[in-house]
Design a protein around this ligand. Structure first.
Ligand code: NAD
Length: 291
């Protein structure tokens, strides 16, 4: 079994980005600038955003964190989005999800200029992705494709089962891996899927994006399968200083011995999401689009 070290791969990509940014700086060109809007005080969202801002600083990017109270109106938030759309210094920006219930996430996502949508959530980018056109790829699935490439995990003709069909992970993942180049045969499964265990047991590659701790058990997984665990779940842990620990959607301890490759949580997919966002921002600064 080979442990896929997302942290290490992400650090390497960050170093590459840093040297690219150094070249831009030396040439007197524009340094990539990412802005992030954080609404409210959801602890997980705060941790994710702080991590994104810190990673940008590590690679020499400029980053701006815009914090808004949880009771901000949708109209006010849309104004902030529009200011960032219009600000020529900002190359790309994200609105950290989830948003408070009184704000419609789709309305906010739709308000982001697709040319600055470095999360790749806007339907324009999503549609381009589906057609294989240049666009900003959604950060988490993009990061997973980078990990598979780094470890030379062949997807051509492979039987891939994606569990979970969210707009930000499962659905775009299924599209990316079934496109030309990746050429996998993909089954997208969800909470209404029948015979899920049987379907997973036939997979060469399982991608779990469900949000339920330890959902994928050893008896569901084929011997030698590749298992990519997207889940980040907080579970109580009295022995930890913070009184919780992060676990994935895969029962790692029992599944890992059966796998050819597996990602840990933390340290697998998470760090790759952050560097994919940075790659998108770098490309936005170059006025190019990621493929
Ligand atoms: P979501 O809640 O939007 O979607 C969950 C999906 O799981 C749904 O499509 C649902 O149909 C499916 N599902 C739920 N119960 C199921 C069941 N019993 N059987 C089969 N399918 C079932 O979640 P999301 O935003 O895609 O996130 C999924 C997980 O990934 C969460 O733990 C989240 O924190 C994590 N996540 C991690 C990263 C990262 O960078 N590593 C990024 C985004 C999300």
């Amino acid at each position: 079994m080979i442990l896929i070290d997302g942290k290490k791969v992400a650090e390497e990509i960050k170093l590459e980005l840093k040297s690219e940014v150094d070249v831009l700086r030396t040439a007197g060109k524009k340094i990539p600038h990412l802005a992030a809007i954080l609404v409210g005080e959801n602890p997980a969202s705060m941790a994710y955003v702080n991590n994104k801002v810190k990673s940008c600083a590590d690679a020499g990017f400029v980053s701006t964190l815009i914090k808004k109270e949880g009771n901000i109106s949708e109209e006010e938030l849309l104004k902030v989005v529009e200011e960032l759309n219009q600000n020529p210094d900002i190359d790309g920006f994200i609105v950290q999800l989830p948003l408070p219930k009184h704000i419609d996430e789709l309305t906010v996502t739709m308000a982001i200029d697709p040319a600055k949508d470095v999360d790749g959530f806007h339907p324009v980018n999503f549609g381009k992705m589906a057609q294989g056109l240049p666009c900003f790829l959604p950060a988490t699935p993009y990061g997973i494709t980078l990990l598979l490439k780094y470890y030379n995990i062949d997807t051509v003709g492979k039987n891939v089962v994606v569990v979970g069909r969210s707009h930000i992970v499962g659905t775009p993942m299924s599209i990316l891996l079934s496109r030309k180049g990746a050429d996998a045969t993909v089954t997208l499964t969800h909470s209404r899927t029948k015979n899920l265990e049987e379907i997973i047991s036939q997979a060469d590659i399982v991608i779990a994006a469900i949000g339920i701790p330890h959902f994928i058990k050893a008896d569901m997984v084929k011997e030698g399968a590749v298992v990519i665990d997207v889940g980040i779940n907080r579970v109580e842990d009295d022995t930890a200083i913070k009184k919780y620990k992060l676990v994935g959607d895969v029962d790692f301890e029992n599944v890992a011995p059966k796998c050819s490759y597996i990602t840990p949580v933390p340290g697998g997919v998470g760090p790759m999401t952050v560097v994919s966002l940075m790659k998108n921002t770098y490309l936005a600064a170059l006025n190019k689009n990621a493929r």
